[in-house]
Design a protein around this ligand. Structure first.
Ligand code: NAD
Ligand code: ZN
Length: 358
């Protein structure tokens, strides 16, 4: 079992990572919150797969509220519907929400917890690799607008994040690999040891039945990277930006393909290749370093093809720029485990890098 502390100016909590944790969930919940009334928020497909071990430790079953799976449901009406259900059931400030699902469900439950009765506590029990290594740590919650992703939201940290890597065993292979791109990112930006582990254990991690021990090590190291960064910069004003490695071009690929062609991690895989090209072209990394990092990104692929020209992708980075008052922050690598945030990457540079990537 590993326990990683997240300590920000507004919150302090632990991310506990332990295979089989789900079967002792009730005890852990009661240690954190002895008396609260529990409301589990989950999706029917996840509940069907995992309700039995989830409920195994509960003396009496908690209330369960359902949200349909999928990014298309990550909208305000879903949050309102859940809030109405909570109100009907008499949930109050002494209630505790348990988000049991992937990033979509965790972001939405966190947001619901942030605004229901002006804020109630919640727990994250993430069920996808992406949610375990990324979205359930850091306190960002929210929903999408037609105008863009996560445009409504708030920072609201969970009481704790309880991670059982065994939950990943039922994930579709593409979802697992998509989450692993965030681990590859964590390794590239901050953790050469994790990088070597991902290089040497690729087969075990990507096996039909993934090796839980290896997976646990990957989850733990990735969470540690995220926690270290969030601890020094909760609101992404500075150092937290390094978590966006691969995300500038990754986001434009998602938006150019209307979020329909690639999973997030697949787009981020492409984005990491683009960022590697910019880093190489600036002489920040050697060809050998480029090859090692690109090989790892591709190893956790495949990165599916998509239809968008390099020109279009670069043009789309303008919206990123707008949001930051004309300054486009870009995260480059200066070697395995180290990064540099720069603001002077030109469109021409990005175009060259993106063309090389495609
Ligand atoms: P997701 O929540 O849509 O889950 C992917 C699919 O896997 C869904 O169909 C889900 O029902 C299914 N699923 C979940 N757990 C399963 C399991 N154990 N077995 C089988 N199927 C399972 O997608 P995601 O990739 O987990 O999360 C993406 C979301 O996370 C996006 O909305 C993104 O904006 C958000 N995100 C948030 C942060 C943050 O800091 N808050 C960071 C990164 C991403
Ligand atoms: Zn991401």
């Amino acid at each position: 079992m590993s326990s990683i502390k997240v300590t920000t100016p507004t919150a302090q909590y632990e991310v506990v990572i332990s295979p089989g944790l789900l079967r002792t969930l009730h005890r852990r919940v009661r240690t954190l919150s002895p008396k609260s009334r529990l409301f589990v928020i989950t999706s029917p497909n996840i509940w069907k797969l995992w309700s039995k071990p989830f409920l195994a430790s509960f003396p009496t079953p908690p209330e369960v509220l359902f949200l349909p799976a999928g990014e298309s449901h990550k909208r305000l009406p879903s949050v309102e519907r859940l809030a109405e259900q909570l109100a009907q059931k008499g949930a109050d400030r002494d209630s505790l929400l348990i988000a049991f699902g992937g990033g979509v469900l965790g972001d939405m439950t966190g947001f619901l917890a942030a605004i229901y009765m002006r804020g109630i506590p919640y727990l994250q029990v993430p069920t996808t690799l992406l949610a375990q290594v990324d979205s359930s740590v850091g306190g960002k919650t929210g929903v999408n607008l037609a105008a863009g992703k996560n445009l409504i939201g708030s920072f609201h940290h969970p009481l704790a994040t309880l991670v059982d890597p065994e939950l990943c065993l039922t994930l579709p292979a593409a979802e697992l690999r998509s989450g692993l791109q965030e681990s590859v990112k964590a390794a590239i930006i901050r953790d050469p040891k994790l990088f070597r582990f991902l290089e040497t254990k690729t087969e075990a991690i990507l096996a039909k039945k993934p090796d839980v021990k290896a997976l646990t090590r990957v989850v733990t190291a990735s969470v540690q990277v995220k926690a270290n960064v969030v601890n020094i910069d909760e609101r992404e004003s500075g150092p937290r930006m390094i978590l966006n490695f691969g995300h500038t071009i990754g986001h434009t690929i998602e938006s150019a393909t209307e979020y329909k062609v690639l999973l997030h991690g697949q787009a981020i895989g492409w984005g990491q290749i683009a960022a590697l090209h910019v880093s190489l072209n600036r002489g920040l990394i050697t060809q050998a370093e480029f090859d090692r990092m690109a090989t790892l990104v591709y190893a956790y692929g495949p990165l599916p093809p998509f239809k968008a020209t390099a020109k279009k992708l670069v043009a789309l980075t303008a919206s990123d720029k707008k949001r930051r008052s004309g300054r486009r922050a870009f995260v480059l690598t200066t070697g395995i485990g180290s990064t540099e945030i720069v603001f002077d990457v030109t469109d021409a540079e990005l175009l060259t890098a993106t063309q090389s990537m495609l």
